[in-house]
Ligand binder design. Structure first.
Ligand code: ARG
Ligand code: ZN
Length: 451
């Protein structure tokens, strides 16, 4: 289906679709991302990776609940070959169309009915190219693969309801050649080696959006420990990055402690870092409970990706358009961390950015309206997004500002939040009319006037 038509179908919503689950979750920037008509409660993924042939064999057992009557529904899967598909143990019909895996169960599903989809698949996974030209998904590296799924790439390695609107728990079991390590989200339940292959069993209990799943493979040195707060840390580091990474990773417990003090309790039982050696990728990702880095991170990047655990991972987007709720907040966490650890004050960082001339790319568009998926990771989203929070802080004062951040993390913990909800929360906690402030900083084109 052409994208424009898909957008119309998605916008029409499930009601108009009768008993057919829509092909997208209704996101204006990524119309085919996610699907309508059901909610995934749990993914149980069993993967086997052969490095000699770069081949992946997978089985996904998906426990879902129908949110409408369904004679047909979609999953998102890009590339790979589906070798079998059952619904509740019975062979179901399926077809492929672009990223849509269209499933026709033998019997229609009732609204509210729980059902189980099992998909077996194989092939050589390839990344997707995002509208901004970056690669995401299963990205091959010289010793395995870097698995980063924001915004679209989860569907390159498992069939998913691929939109942050839908969050699920995960079991990810992955077998790799002995000597390689496969690092995923959550807690490592066990590892075992037999016949030259090692199997890693990971469990992510708290709800997770598909884009935050990873199962990154490489030759890693690993370490495990528990923090004073009882968080289970697992770090995996490519030997080529180990020297540069060590002093930064050592700070993870103190960074999490500081962030917990500022934002409220850390939302997950597990934490850690995956430091790969894949500089071409050019970005890090806040994979849930264990951020993924393409190189040894700087301290500010470590602060940023872990701040996302509160803002983006625990509190999820309902629409990619709201991306500043992730990136503006994680960037502002960097500013606050610097200010409270002997570095530049947030005001100084704000002033330096504000000094940029009107023609600078920082002012290319307002952060609340990036315009398309091609701009969701551009500087206005990160920097002007953080500047918006700084303006809020100045308007309401430090104590109320921190109360707002903590309430946001607490009230939407393991859930979702929208820009509108954040604005209402800020107004409620401060007792102030903040319409002009947010309107100016989030939605007005061009460089805003200073308040
Ligand atoms: N959320 C990541 C970060 O700010 C950036 C992900 C960029 N993804 C991409 N496909 N370019 O840490
Ligand atoms: Zn970020």
């Amino acid at each position: 289906m052409p994208a424009a038509l898909a957008a119309l179908v998605a916008a029409a919503g499930p009601a108009a679709a009768g008993t057919t689950g829509s092909s997208g979750a209704g996101d204006p920037y990524f119309p085919l991302a996610g699907n309508g008509g059901y909610h995934v409660k749990h993914y149980d993924l069993t993967l086997r990776y052969k490095s000699s042939s770069s081949e992946l064999q997978g089985r996904a057992v998906i426990n879902a609940r129908a949110t409408q009557p369904l004679t047909r529904f979609d999953l998102d899967l890009k590339g790979l070959t589906v070798t079998g598909l059952t619904v509740d143990g019975r062979t179901a019909g399926f077809s492929r169309s672009g990223q849509e895996l269209v499933v026709t169960p033998r019997h229609a599903l009732r609204e509210g009915e729980d059902f189980k989809v099992t998909v077996t698949y194989q092939g050589t996974p390839r990344p997707v190219t995002d509208p901004d030209g970056s690669a995401d998904g299963w990205i091959p590296t010289d010793d395995g693969a870097f698995l980063a799924g924001e915004p679209q790439g989860a569907m390159t390695w498992f069939p998913a309801n691929n939109h942050p609107k839908d969050k699920s728990s995960y079991d990810i079991t992955i077998t790799v050649p002995e000597g390689r390590t496969a690092v995923s989200n959550g807690v490592l339940l066990g590892r075992s080696t037999a016949h030259g292959r090692t199997t890693f069993r990971w469990r992510q209990t708290e709800p997770m959006a598909a884009y935050l799943a990873t199962a990154t493979i490489g030759r890693f040195k690993t370490e495990q420990y528990t923090t004073r707060d009882g968080i289970q840390v697992y770090n995996a580091v490519d030997a080529r990055e180990a020297g540069a990474a060590a002093p930064v990773l050592k700070k993870l417990p103190s960074v999490l402690e500081w962030e917990s003090k500022v934002f409220g309790p850390y939302p997950f039982r597990a934490a850690g870092s995956i430091v790969d050696h894949a500089h071409d990728i050019g970005y890090a990702l806040e994979t849930q409970s264990r951020p993924l880095y393409d190189r040894a991170p700087s301290l500010s990047t470590l602060v940023h990706e872990n701040a996302h655990q509160w803002f983006g991972d625990s509190v999820s987007l309902t629409s990619w358009k709201d991306i500043w709720l992730n990136e503006g907040f994680a960037t502002y966490a960097e500013w606050l961390y610097s200010e409270q650890h002997g570095g530049d004050s947030a005001q100084k960082t704000f002033d330096e950015l504000y000094a940029r001339p009107a023609g600078n790319s920082l002012w290319a568009f307002p952060p609340g309206n990036p315009g398309s998926g091609a701009h969701i990771f551009d500087s206005p989203v990160y920097d002007r997004g953080a500047m918006t929070l700084h303006e809020l802080r100045k308007a309401v004062g430090d104590p109320v500002f921190l109360r707002i951040l903590r309430a946001w993390a607490a009230e939407h913990r393991h859930g979702h939040g929208t820009t509108g909800q954040f604005v209402r929360l800020a107004e409620h906690k401060s007792g102030k009319d903040l319409h002009t402030l947010f309107n100016t900083w989030l939605y007005q084109a061009g460089k805003p006037n200073r308040s």
